[in-house]
Design a protein around this ligand. Structure first.
Ligand code: CA
Length: 539
């Protein structure tokens, strides 16, 4: 569902690819690896004679090298009689290879799992590499059109400032608004077994938490004769692994992009609020007492995971404990804590189950109706569900679903200890799809891990003070360029100071200087652009 974010130092909300593209300045440069025109019209699947399309994609290193070996694609080929010739790159190399291929003019009919940022979409549209899709959607794509017609916000979010739709989105609804699964990225997991062992209650305030962490430090709770318990760990500035959750006891709180919207619709940078500084001072007080993992400021996912697997943490942060300390009952959700002045808040992560740039069609494509209708198959409800999570009836490996033929419904099978991420990576196709809340109970059951996490969300929702998140605004190219230029320095500075202050405790002393530096780095202009974008989509 969600792969751990690498340290995201420079490329933030705008996702501007820094590598410049050369040699591809206009459509005539697109040599194209498009299929020949089949002159097909009024297409209905399956086709009488097999044809092929050339599509570039990316997949997990755990997945088969040839995507056609995935059962989902085998079935799709049978249903359509369209064979896909894949150019498949693994995740780690995809971004670079995709850019190089496009720059060289090696452009296929379409790119699935395209990983296109908004800037990519606008740039490749300008360069004549990708085409506008809105007419194809209206003419040939009843499944996607239905999603857009019934949920106009998704059409709005998919539409560029110039009025065109350049990509097919990924839509995954799991819960709604405050209660959506993305609402809190960095959940805290506290070692309940240790609390019980020490006869301690669940902390209710930030001071309670400090006392609990001290007790974790002073006792040999894993009974190995070594003082190897780690009261608190995290990965600073790393999305779900960051301790941002704790900031909310001191005011507006914080999230990975330091952006919140108050209930009057004003966009606010968390990192220049007084309460933000208070939270950093609190974390420093924990650091000073030796309660924070020394590696919290430098460790990568694997180091974080290794200690978590050994259950050495008293409290740590991540999306889902199952990925770190396991799904057992030893760790439970940390509730929102009351701060020194009684503030109790849960800051919302600016996330939603929507990604714009999942698939594009290129100017090398000579079979638009065929391609659009093939892509629309991916938006069939029962197909979308499999694209996202995996399939049923595979005799060669573990299945995610069983198929209930009588009800034409997919039912999740027990995972039997397998990591949901691993099994999905092997069998899913991801790409463009739509799963709406009303599919649950009619088209599919909800995955156990999502149902469980949504249940936990119920204990956090009552404390969320913000009515709105900062949504996925589609900025113009000029706005994106300006935002990215500012963010590169501004966010690097904010994140660096955040980490330094937790360690050295100089936040009070250096605060005024820091605020002037934020001004120099154009924080006010950044806020202005973000506010304009917010006002455009919220009206
Ligand atoms: Ca020990």
């Amino acid at each position: 569902m969600k792969k751990p974010k690498k340290l995201m130092a420079l490329i933030l909300a705008t996702g501007l690819v820094v590598v410049p593209l050369t040699g591809c300045s206009s459509s005539k440069d697109v040599i194209g690896l498009g299929s020949p025109s089949y002159n097909l019209e009024n297409i209905a699947f399956p086709l009488k004679e097999e044809v092929s399309l050339n599509i570039m994609t990316q997949s997990s290193p755990l997945a088969p090298e040839d995507p056609n070996e995935k059962l989902i694609y085998k079935r799709l080929q049978e249903e359509t009689n369209v064979k896909i010739n894949w150019t498949n790159y693994t995740w780690d190399e995809f971004g670079e290879k995709r850019n190089l291929d496009i720059a060289a003019g090696d452009v296929p009919d379409a790119i699935l799992q395209a990983g296109m940022s908004d800037y990519d979409l606008l740039k490749y549209a300008d360069q004549g590499v990708i085409i506008p899709l809105e007419d194809l959607i209206d003419k040939y794509m009843p499944n996607l059109k239905k999603v857009f017609d019934e949920n106009p916000e998704y059409r709005k979010l998919s539409t560029a400032p110039d009025g065109h739709i350049y990509s097919f989105p990924w839509i995954e609804e799991l819960g709604k608004d405050k209660g959506s699964i993305q609402s809190v990225d960095c959940m805290g997991w506290i070692n309940k077994a240790w609390l019980d062992e020490l006869g301690l209650e669940m902390p209710e305030t930030t001071e309670d938490l400090k006392a609990v962490l001290k007790a974790f430090k002073e006792n040999d709770l894993n009974k190995n004769g070594k003082n190897d318990e780690i009261p608190l760990s995290f990965i600073i500035n790393d999305g779900g692994q960051d301790p941002a959750f704790l900031f909310a006891s001191f005011g507006l709180g914080d999230n990975w992009d330091h952006t919140v919207v108050d209930n009057n619709g004003k966009v606010i940078l968390t990192a220049q609020q007084e309460g933000y500084k208070d939270a950093i001072n609190y974390l420093h007080s924990l650091y000073k007492e030796g309660l924070i993992d020394k590696e919290a400021f430098e460790q990568d996912w694997n180091t974080y995971l290794a200690k978590g697997k050994d259950q050495r943490y008293g409290l740590y942060f991540t999306w889902d404990k199952a990925n770190i300390s396991g799904a057992g009952d030893d760790y439970v959700l940390l509730p929102p804590l009351k701060g020194p002045d009684g503030t109790q808040n849960v800051t919302r992560t600016n996330g939603m189950g929507f990604e714009r740039g999942r698939m594009v069609i290129t100017t090398a494509n000579k079979n638009l109706e065929l391609t659009a209708k093939w892509i629309d198959k991916l938006y069939e409800p029962i197909q979308s569900v499999q694209n996202n999570w995996g399939t049923y009836g595979d005799e060669t490996q573990q299945n995610v679903f069983e198929y209930d033929k009588a009800n034409n419904m997919l039912k999740h099978l027990p995972l039997e200890g397998t990591s949901p991420q691993e099994i999905r990576q092997k069998t899913e196709v991801a790409g463009p799809l739509a799963i709406l809340n009303d599919y649950y109970g009619t088209v599919t059951t909800m995955p156990d891990d999502a149902a469980w996490r949504l249940e936990l969300m119920n204990t956090l929702v009552p404390y969320m003070k913000a009515d709105n998140i900062y949504p996925k605004v589609f900025f113009s190219k000029e706005e994106l360029e300006e935002l990215t230029t500012i963010e590169t320095d501004l966010f690097a500075y904010i994140n660096r100071m955040r980490a330094e202050w937790i360690v050295n405790g100089k936040a009070d002393k250096e605060w005024d200087k820091y605020l002037s530096e934020l001004k120099r780095l154009k924080v006010d202009r950044w806020l202005e652009i973000k506010q304009d974008g917010y006002d455009r989509v919220s009206k």
